[in-house]
Design a protein around this ligand. Structure first.
Ligand SMILES: Cc1ncc(COP(=O)(O)O)c(C=O)c1O
Length: 416
């Protein structure tokens, strides 16, 4: 099928959940994607933070070939070596004790919410005073299934599916006073992203994060950190919370975990893990041999190729270049992020949308989140030369925009 045929068929056959750009990709190599005409695009989004090693990395391709010949799926009724191998690596790198494997970010988050409710229930049965409420943050994003969407801030994601799960209250982002005011022994968990992704690449302040940790510890509520977007090396550490020196009770991973195959994980402390018994929670596909083998290969490759240090180095360079751009263009209000989770906040939603389209015309993929924020989530193998290409393109786009705005305001002046 050609692009137009695919578009027509999808328009007729699929639920209209996505507003796709009219490009038809058939391949990829490193940080490039290749469309059906053979044209290359510099991918600064990596499938929304998934393809950490880019496209076609031999470690992933070879592992898929080898493991798919051996075993793709067996269910969770039997043993294979993948979950243990991966759990060993993940517990070592996150500082947590136990893992549950699932298939996606939202499923990991559902698992975390269920752990919090079950843990509170267990504590109550032991005589503790602890409720069932969740405190989530404004601008949070935790996924689209009913529990996840109930803890996701944006009304437009929740409202059509109401009533959503009750017992969730939103705290103003980084507002420690508001957190203190809303916290009580009614709360079973405080839910945060160390760096909000969809919410506009916004890091928690040290003060707010530390207060969340202290409050949760004061009653035995859980501090649950969603690392689905920021985790697995994206910020130059295995988890973004490690930049703060704060240890959660539960964390969730997904996106880059298996280098492009669907895999999610919930990790928790031994104290939290004691609530789970056989049959309480589960999944058919989660933690299958293929996805686990690839995830092991991704972690080993990140370490063998020194990619955490590389992410930090190229990410710092990216932010520095964006800051230089911001000094030349008033339209850029802020540059922020950590490692290769980078954002430039613009002064208008219209410009942000136009900039994504203009970048696409120049064969560079980025996206816009939180209306005004250009977001860059490239593969960890990105190099400085790719950053330079993006900066030249953005410079051109903002220069054209400024010239257009000036010409229009002069025309406006002339017409009185
Ligand atoms: C922080 C965070 N949590 C949860 C999710 C949901 O993950 P998934 O789309 O794999 O369900 C996302 C996805 O963007 C995310 O960024």
């Amino acid at each position: 099928m050609k692009l137009e045929e695919v578009r027509a068929a999808e328009a007729r056959l699929l639920l209209s959940t996505y507003d796709r750009s009219p490009i038809f990709f058939i391949g990829g190599e490193g940080v490039d994607l290749i469309d059906e005409k053979g044209e290359r695009y510099l991918d600064l989004l990596s499938g929304i933070g998934v393809n950490a090693l880019g496209c076609g990395h031999p470690a992933i391709v070879d592992t898929i070939a080898r493991q798919s010949r051996a075993l793709i799926h067996i269910s969770n009724l039997y043993y294979h070596e993948g979950q243990a191998e991966l759990a060993l690596r993940l517990t070592e790198r996150t500082g947590l004790d136990r893992v549950f494997f699932c298939n996606s970010g939202t499923e990991a988050w559902e698992g975390a919410l269920k752990l919090a409710r079950a843990h509170a229930g267990l504590r109550r049965s032991e005589g503790a005073k602890i409720g069932t409420r969740f405190l989530a943050l404004e601008q949070s994003f935790h996924g689209r299934t009913l529990g996840s969407v109930s803890t996701t801030f944006k009304e437009k994601y929740r409202e059509p599916f109401g009533p959503v799960v009750p017992g969730v209250e939103f705290v103003r982002f980084n507002d420690t006073e508001d957190l203190r005011a809303k916290f009580s022994d009614d709360v079973c968990a405080i839910l945060v992203e160390a760096i909000q992704g969809e919410g506009g690449v916004r890091p928690l302040t040290q003060e707010f994060f530390a207060e969340a940790r202290a409050l949760a510890s004061s009653t035995g509520a859980l501090l649950i950190v969603d690392e689905i977007q920021a985790g697995m090396g994206r910020t130059g550490r295995w988890c973004a919370y490690q930049h703060y020196g704060i240890q959660p009770d539960v964390t969730t991973l997904a996106k880059p975990l298996a280098g492009g195959l669907p895999l999610g994980a919930v990790l928790c402390t031994e104290e939290v893990a004691r609530v789970m018994h056989a049959g309480m929670h589960g999944t058919t596909f989660g933690g299958g041999p293929l996805a686990c083998a690839v995830a092991v290969a991704v972690i080993d490759t990140i370490e063998k190729e020194g990619l955490l240090a590389h992410v930090t180095e190229v990410g710092d360079y990216f932010q520095q270049q964006l800051r230089e751009l911001a000094a030349r263009h008033d339209a850029i209000l802020d540059v922020r992020g950590k490692g290769l989770m980078v954002a430039a906040e613009l002064d208008s939603a219209e410009l942000a949308k136009a900039a994504v389209g203009e970048m696409l015309k120049r064969h560079i993929l980025i996206n816009c989140t939180s209306e005004t924020v250009l977001r860059f989530l490239p593969a960890y193998i990105l190099e400085r030369k790719h950053v330079d290409t993006a900066i030249v393109a953005l410079d051109e786009i903002f220069t054209e925009h400024a010239a257009y705005a000036t010409a229009h305001s002069q025309k406006g002046d002339a017409h009185g």
